[in-house]
Design a binder for this molecule. Sequence first.
Ligand SMILES: Nc1nc2c(ncn2[C@@H]2O[C@H](COP(=O)(O)OP(=O)(O)OP(=O)(O)O)[C@@H](O)[C@H]2O)c(=O)[nH]1
Ligand SMILES: [Mg+2]
Length: 419
Amino acid sequence: MAGHGEEMSPFVMRYGHFVDSRQAVIDEVTAVFMPEKRSYTGLAQAEIFCHGGRQVVTLILQEVLASGARAAEPGEFTRLAFMSGRIDLARAEAVAEIVAANTEHSYSAARDHLLGTYTQHISDIRGKLIGLIAEIEASVDFPEEDISPDEKNTLLESAQQLTAEIDRLMETYRGGKIVNEGYKIAIAGRPNAGKSSLFNQLLKQERALVTPTPGTTRDYLSEWIDLEGFAVNIIDTAGLRKAGGTIEKAGQTSAKKIIADCDLVIWMIDLTQRKWREQLYGDIKMLGHNNIISAQNKIDLVDDVADLKAGSGLPEMVATSCLTGRGIKGLKKVIVQRINEKMPDLTSGVMVTSARHRQKLAAARKALKSARQKIKLDESPELTAFDLRQAASALDEITGKVYNEDILKEIFSRFCIGK
Ligand SMILES: Nc1nc2c(ncn2[C@@H]2O[C@H](COP(=O)(O)OP(=O)(O)OP(=O)(O)O)[C@@H](O)[C@H]2O)c(=O)[nH]1
Ligand SMILES: [Mg+2]
């Protein structure tokens, strides 16, 4: 920068000209310097703020690289922040989560992870585990004294409580997965029932989310919407009918796969079809899904529908008209209810959204179970302590107290450049 030579005071934004090696001005910029231990990465760090044009950025980058810098890998800044001990691994992962968050709930889960509420909760459980290990190891020092039945009960109870805490945490993953990966809904039904019309109604009424889906060729339409803060993937399947040509058959096979894979099926009924009641039982049975809502569609064309009740093999039903929009609001309400059924308390700030974390919790739970068994059978305290230490180390893999290169590679390669 022109005017270099003077020391830059930390955290003071300086204004100046960015010049190339021949002193030609590239842009008018501001820049700031952050000393070691007080920057994002924990290393001494400088940031240059230039105009956003592609050419300007390229030229400045060229100069910076020519003077010996190297471009950062995806996630490298956050990785450095982790390596310097400024943030733990769960919080580092939350940086990627917050960048990817595009709905209210995914954002707030990511924010809670980033702020450390979740890490704190894991650390608390770990602390209790270490306490239990200490108690058990204390008995190693007095091998001549057997553990009294009272002591044994206390140990078992503590271990049981810890298991219950881990269970509660693991249960949040049911909702956490939805918050993180989205809720998948398939719209299915006989030909002409109004599937595509419902698809369009939902898209028209809700904010569409730009979520990249793998670009495979497919015979169905898939879109993402924001439904009361949840990312919802709606899929318009090909008609599930028995007859049909080869292309239709291919469509049917994939429709079945999609249906098996989704969280909820909306089964569209065409009320103008005389035999819809008779068909419904068989159709629902054929779907074989445990979460179905039925939309009795084209209500605008018929007089009466209120003669079939949910239960006895039939799903909950909502009367709709995808032509006039009647009943769509009610249908969305039922969908949101179904999503909420799977949600833990969203205000607690403690929700497992990562499959990796869930896996580590399961490992901790398993080790705890084994420890409880050993206490019950009066096995040697050393062996029990070993199991408990394994449980603690599984939790340490969540927060990154214990890590290996493979874990780090996997986590940080998913980051985007510049984070
Ligand atoms: N009157 C009325 N017509 C509807 C309603 N919903 C859909 N339709 C009409 O029914 C016809 C079929 O609708 P689609 O949405 O294409 O049905 P689909 O289930 O996607 O049909 P396929 O993909 O061919 O199986 C169209 O002419 C729609 O305009 C409704 O609620 N009321
Ligand atoms: Mg269609």
